[in-house]
Write a new protein. Structure first.
Length: 217
């Protein structure tokens, strides 16, 4: 630590050269939140997903970094009016790891010094968590927001480390474990944010809607 003055200087430098990646599935009936939809129906699952994406963008809105929204399949008409100030792209690659790796490579090639990626499935994520992620990248290689299911809801890096996305068993409880093994194998320093939950199943949704958690209206 270098005192509050140094913190402010680092904050300004990091945020001026920072970009946030948002990976978002196109909101198509029967194509989003399929595990949840198996329990509550595709229409309700789509409503939940649309609420989750709206919530995510509310938290992103106040973030003083460049924002890149990577849709899964196509850029919907009207995106530039609904999400003013965003840059829009379409994900490329076969696996999730390949798509994320390609997106990080794209932004680092543009000259960004720190890049963070999130999805749109975490209703507990706050603007302050995103700010903390970028602050960590002022003096560490990698920042990770662990998810309770063994994956992560956020990952960021201050230069491109493609190894982080290789040989990962995606959609399993060992995603975070393997990611950290990859980081250790190339000698990266990393910091963690708090553990949060994504919404994937009926149990996740019911837990979120419990009186102590619910912010869904």
């Amino acid at each position: 630590m270098h005192g509050w003055g140094g913190f402010k200087l680092r904050r300004s430098h990091v945020m001026n050269h920072a970009a946030l990646l948002i990976f978002q599935k196109n909101a198509v009936l029967g194509k989003v939140k399929t595990r949840l939809g198996a329990s509550i129906g595709d229409k309700k699952a789509l409503e939940v997903y649309e609420w989750l994406t709206d919530y995510t963008h509310q938290q992103v809105r106040g973030l003083k970094v460049d924002k890149f929204l990577f849709y899964s399949d196509f850029i919907p008409s009207g995106s530039d009016q609904n999400l003013e100030g965003y840059n829009f792209e379409v994900q490329s690659g076969e696996s999730l790891g390949e798509r994320m790796s390609n997106a990080f490579a794209f932004l680092f090639a543009k000259g960004y010094k720190s890049v963070v990626i999130i999805g749109t499935d975490c209703p507990y994520l706050k603007t302050e968590d995103l700010n903390k992620a970028f602050m960590h990248l002022s003096d560490t290689d990698l920042v990770i927001g662990p998810a309770k299911d063994g994956g992560y809801y956020l990952i960021g890096m201050r230069q491109f480390f493609p190894e982080i996305f290789k040989n990962i068993p995606w959609s399993t409880v060992r995603v975070l474990e393997h990611t950290l093994n990859q980081a250790d194998s190339i000698g990266l320093d990393y910091e963690f944010l708090k553990i949060l939950s994504d919404i994937d199943t009926l149990e996740d949704w019911q837990q979120f809607q419990s009186p102590t958690n619910s912010i869904y209206e």
